[in-house]
Design a protein around this ligand. Structure first.
Ligand code: PLP
Length: 396
């Protein structure tokens, strides 16, 4: 194929030149005496992205899924009760992992398209007078359905009830893109990975851990092994790791953090909102339905779009890829064949989104889905021009 392929999946995301260049370095000695000059500021700056002052952020070679396991194995014991909810493929997989670890899972099965069930969480926690529930799980941004949940409201419930359970948050497709405040929201474990908001290749599992959670490590009776927070903390204190770190990726992470800071986290969040709003305008103009069932659930990093009944969303995804080199996200689990997903996070601007929307329109025509060609692209063009932002064309 001549020209660029279009990567419009919700992770991996587009790799910025700055990040790529930062990783074009010789492999380095991770036990060198000056390695901490690089790592100690990196650890400190990573905390500013998670927005924690008193917590720590650990980086393991791995992916987001490893962070789910790290949270469970470091902080809980077999038989511990956890409060969970499933409303999409990712939230469901974390719950399944809790079951694999033989935790006592109290799960709420929620309609896909909605998010964390606040009222159910409230009643379960208020009924738990003995404080048997050791952890509450929240998938901040369910990437399978394009639903964002209210983490702050879950913290509020815990605080109102004086419930001491730890708050575990999957922030894999939110941290670095959506508003996320680990300290302010009292998040005890925040799980992320490198290939979404951090605009990096896959390969890092990035986990924020609160002070309260670090203290809870000592009471956990699971073996921790590879993901031990305590081993990581001991070595990180000196700027080193308990085993070979993915040093090349850490160089990329340095560049990624610098880019997020130079844009400003608040600007990063509002850019994602603006780009997502253009996508939602396109979906409306096509006459299609967003999988997220209400505006309060709308994700600013990914949109899952129902094709009309009788059509197969996989035909759109397949036409997009084979005919135009456009990668869209597929429907996972319960919504397989019913939705396709457009990822709109990371290193992205208006014209990159329009490219994806144009690709979707061509693919929908190929799949014989009825809609007015140009309507979605046009709606997004109108939205972006009506809300135009001053552009900073600093040298790249
Ligand atoms: C991508 C994703 C994961 C899984 O992360 P991997 O890096 O693929 O292991 C988990 N949760 C959410 C919400 C995700 O978007």
């Amino acid at each position: 194929m001549i020209g660029y392929k279009t990567l419009a999946v919700p992770g991996p995301t587009n790799l910025p030149y700055e990040v790529q260049r930062a990783m074009e370095v010789p492999l380095e000695d991770h036990r060198a005496p000056d390695f901490p000059n690089f790592t100690l500021p990196l650890f400190a700056d990573l905390k500013t992205i998670f927005r924690t002052e008193t917590g720590r952020v650990f980086v393991f070679p791995g992916s987001g899924t490893g962070g789910w396991e790290a949270a469970i194995s470091n902080l809980l014991s077999a038989g511990d009760k956890v409060l969970t909810s499933s409303f999409g493929q990712f939230s469901t997989l974390w719950v399944n992992m809790c079951r694999d670890f033989e935790l006592d899972v109290q799960n709420f099965d929620v309609t896909w398209g909605e998010g964390v069930p606040l009222e159910d969480y409230h009643s379960a926690l208020s009924a738990d007078k003995a404080h048997a529930i050791k952890a509450v799980l929240v998938c901040h941004n369910e990437t399978a359905t394009g639903v964002t949940s209210d983490v702050k409201a879950v913290r509020q419930i815990l605080d109102d009830l004086g419930h001491p359970a730890l708050l575990f948050v999957d922030g894999v497709s939110s941290i670095g893109s959506l508003d996320f405040r680990m300290e302010e929201w009292g998040v005890d474990v925040a799980v992320s990975g490198s290939q979404k908001g951090f605009m990096m290749p896959t390969g890092l599992c990035i986990v924020g851990v609160s002070l309260k959670a670090l203290e809870a490590c000592s009471t956990s009776r699971f073996p921790t092994g590879y993901f031990s927070f305590q081993d990581m903390m001991k070595m990180n204190g000196q700027g080193y790791f308990p085993y070979t770190p993915a040093a090349t990726l850490l160089r990329g992470l340095r560049a990624s953090i610098d880019m997020l800071h130079s844009e400003g986290l608040a600007n990063v969040v509002s850019r994602h909102n603006r780009l997502a709003s253009g996508v939602r305008a396109a979906v409306d103009a096509w006459g299609l339905k967003n999988c997220a069932l209400a505006p309060k659930w709308h994700s600013d990093t990914v949109t899952a779009i129902f094709v009309p009944e009788k059509f197969d969303a996989n035909d759109v995804i397949s036409a997009a890829y084979h005919n135009y080199g456009v990668s869209l996200g597929g429907g996972l689990g319960k919504v397989a064949g019913k939705v396709f997903r457009i990822g709109h996070l990371g290193w992205l601007n208006e014209t990159m989104v329009l490219r994806a929307l144009g690709g979707v329109e061509m693919a929908m025509r190929d799949a014989c889905i009825p809609f007015q060609a140009g309507s979605g692209v046009g709606a997004a063009v109108e939205y972006y021009t009506d809300t135009r932002q001053p552009l900073s064309l600093a040298a790249e």
